[in-house]
Design a protein around this ligand. Structure first.
Ligand code: AKG
Length: 304
């Protein structure tokens, strides 16, 4: 048995008549579908420079992983996860805490202005993550709602949170572009079973818990279809934290890299988790007062 409930919370928290950057029509699209694409928000050269800076140290990390024979490394500053059974990096969590370029991107006005418009408040980073999905080796992500995890395991009270997915490379169906189920963010789907302690360790590679069952997924797809979030490097998808999404493996010869910037409202700070007794690490869900400060926008992209 599963239960589908309507979402009582808003999707767009601001009044529609607040001025820009999103137009009234764009806000309506986001409210209805749970996502919106802004084509070419960054130009390709700018994103190429970010890509080089964000992957600084990635090869050394892979070497570390190889020599330690570990599938993940978690420190106070970052968490790094490999593809299952491989030394290839799948995700690096919270690069904004140690890479100035990642931190700079979080503070870019082109992102921040839109995020603050939707959430109608100041915001801070819940986390950031770089998903590498390397050629031939990158595996998929099963259907899930991020808010399910962030609420249950991190203690995020309400869905007043969103993700900016910055395309760092071209995203195609062939290299495992993100798929979303439009409209699914307007429902809460109950997921079977309690969340075990330390579930986050296995769930970052593959997840079997906290996912909607096939009947619920079929119903959501019947209503909203499946949309591929494809585009060129530099385009950005803004998506609601409760939107069902997933992606397929990358068997192609083309890398697919995306940077996920997760902004939470300062009026929606984390409380103790609603599921397991212990919250996930700081790198996945920030509660450190030093990092839960309103993000100030940079004057110009090249300020720092
Ligand atoms: C996640 O990191 O939770 C995702 O769903 C990302 C999917 C992807 O990078 O294709």
């Amino acid at each position: 048995m599963f239960e589908i409930r309507s979402r009582p919370d808003p999707v767009v928290w601001a009044d529609d008549d607040k001025t820009g950057p999103f137009s009234r029509q764009e806000l309506e699209f986001y409210r209805t579908n749970g996502y919106i694409k802004v084509e070419g928000l960054f130009d390709v050269d700018e994103i190429q420079t970010y890509c080089e800076k964000l992957t600084t140290g990635k090869d050394e990390l892979e070497e570390d992983i190889k020599s330690n024979k570990e599938e993940f490394i978690s420190t106070d500053n970052y968490t790094c996860v490999t593809e299952p059974g491989s030394t290839k990096i799948r995700s690096i969590y919270s690069p904004h805490k140690f890479l100035p370029a990642a931190n700079q991107l979080c503070r870019d006005r082109r992102l921040l202005g839109r995020v603050r418009q939707i959430l109608d408040s100041d915001v801070y980073m819940h986390h950031t993550r770089l998903n590498c999905k390397q050629q031939f080796k990158g595996t998929g992500f099963y259907w899930h709602s991020d808010f399910e995890t962030w609420h249950t395991e991190d203690g995020m009270p309400r869905p007043r949170c969103l993700t900016c997915m910055v395309l760092m490379t071209r995203n195609l169906p062939q290299n495992g572009a993100l798929m979303v189920i439009p409209g699914s963010h307007r429902h809460y789907i109950s997921c079977a079973g309690p969340t075990p302690d330390n579930h986050w360790i296995s769930s970052l590679q593959d997840r079997y818990i906290g996912i909607p069952n096939q009947e619920a997924l079929s119903q959501m797809v019947k209503e909203g279809g499946i949309h591929y979030c494809t585009g060129e490097a530099g385009s950005v998808f803004f998506f609601d934290c409760n939107l069902l999404h997933g992606s397929q493996a990358n068997f192609s010869p083309w890398d697919r890299m995306n940077f996920f910037l997760v902004y939470n409202s300062v009026d929606n700070k984390l409380v103790p988790p609603f599921g397991p007794p212990k919250p996930r690490p700081e790198t996945l869900g920030t509660r450190d007062p030093a990092w839960v400060q309103p993000i100030t926008p940079l004057e110009k992209p090249t300020d720092e």
